[in-house]
Design a binder for this molecule. Structure first.
Ligand code: CAA
Ligand code: NAD
Length: 288
């Protein structure tokens, strides 16, 4: 059964982007948040992105209207009951995901596929929280979702071939390029990217170079579009710290340990771009 109706849980940085690209590609999409107020914020960021696209001449005004018409927001999981696929994009915390997946499993129709956008948690472990481990996969999107082309499609030993093929087809239909991947902590991209990001924090912490010199070094020396400290702000320092903890627990290698500065900044509420402060001050435009 091809995917027609799409559900997304979480309308933060990632969930808002996933819901947007799905609706933009013509799929009726319902996105669920914890409360109407948080939902409004997420939907507001989608409208802002689309509006920015219209102003840049990248999004036709009719496409913005069509996207918004395809998009429905809710604070009730019950509204996802008849979706063909539900993409989970809530906080990077196993207990929160376990609680959500148990509830979703009882609500969403049998035969629908569940996908997690987790950065680092085990898809196999999450699949076991449901009665549909054969229809549970990882769909790892990248931030910012509307601009980044990749989705890592993660299978487990139990994944049904048809469910995998349907999810692949949906990713292609929403304009993404897929790479397929087995279920190992961090998949391909974060296995390589996270140690790089947190090594940059260590370099900054030990005073080897300034923030701007570290970021410029990687941009101008290696051609990366963003420096690693700017990128960590973009990803979210809270999310990065959670990913580090999960990767360290999994691999038991010190290179995955959160640097003390990252832990301290998270404790201070400096989550990066989404909270207004991180390595950069995001209250100014451009960030300073
Ligand atoms: N609507 C439509 N198009 C838009 C847009 C909008 N609102 N805003 C920008 N664009 C378009 C631009 O017009 C431009 O298009 P062209 O290339 O055709 O000119 C393109 O998007 C790039 O936009 P900008 O020129 O404004 O911005 P940029 O060149 O600085 O690129 C970026 C922005 C794509 C985010 C780039 O900086 C980048 O690739 N950064 C790295 C991001 C990254 O590494 N993400 C992964 C994070 S890790 C992760 O996600 C995994 C995890 O689990 C933690
Ligand atoms: P975020 O903090 O921006 O958003 C998470 C959202 O989930 C919040 O708005 C929160 O209110 C909502 N939420 C929490 N519990 C919920 C529930 N039970 N029901 C509905 N909504 C709920 O986080 P994010 O950066 O969007 O990350 C979401 C997921 O995507 C995480 O698993 C993360 O690891 C992964 N991810 C993040 C990035 C990134 O760059 N930030 C990239 C790829 C994958």
């Amino acid at each position: 059964m091809a995917i027609q109706k799409v559900g997304v849980v979480g309308c933060g940085l990632m969930g808002s982007g996933i819901a947007q690209v799905s609706a933009q590609a013509g799929f009726p999409t319902t996105v669920c948040e914890v409360s109407p107020a948080v939902l409004e914020k997420g939907l507001g960021s989608i409208k802002k992105f689309l509006q920015g696209g219209v102003e840049k001449g990248k999004v036709a005004p009719y496409l913005m209207d069509k996207t918004l018409a395809n998009l429905k927001g809710t604070a009730r999981l019950e509204d996802l009951a008849d979706c063909d696929i539900v993409v989970e994009a809530i906080v990077e915390n196993l207990d929160a995901k376990r609680d959500l997946l148990g509830k979703l499993d009882a609500i969403v129709k049998p035969g629908a596929t569940f996908a997690s956008n987790t950065s680092s948690l085990s898809i196999t472990e999450m699949a076991a929280f449901t009665k549909r481990p054969d229809r549970f996969i990882g769909l790892h999107f990248f931030n910012p979702v509307p601009l980044m082309k990749l989705v890592e499609v993660v299978r487990t030993v139990k994944t049904d071939a048809t469910a995998l093929q349907e999810a692949n087809a949906w990713c292609l239909a929403i304009g993404k390029t897929v790479v397929s991947c087995g279920d190992s902590t961090g998949f391909v991209v974060n296995r390589l990217l996270v140690p790089y990001m947190i090594d940059a924090i260590r370099v900054f912490e030990e005073g080897l170079a300034s923030r701007d010199d570290i970021d410029n070094a990687m941009k101008l020396g290696c051609g990366y579009p963003m420096g690693p400290l700017f990128l960590t702000d973009y990803v979210g320092l809270d999310t990065t710290a959670s990913i580090c903890q999960i990767m360290f627990d999994s691999f038991k290698e010190d290179r995955f340990k959160a640097p003390p500065l990252l832990t301290k900044m998270v404790a201070e509420g400096k989550f990066g771009r989404k909270s207004g402060k991180g390595f950069y001050d995001w209250s100014t435009n451009p960030p300073s």
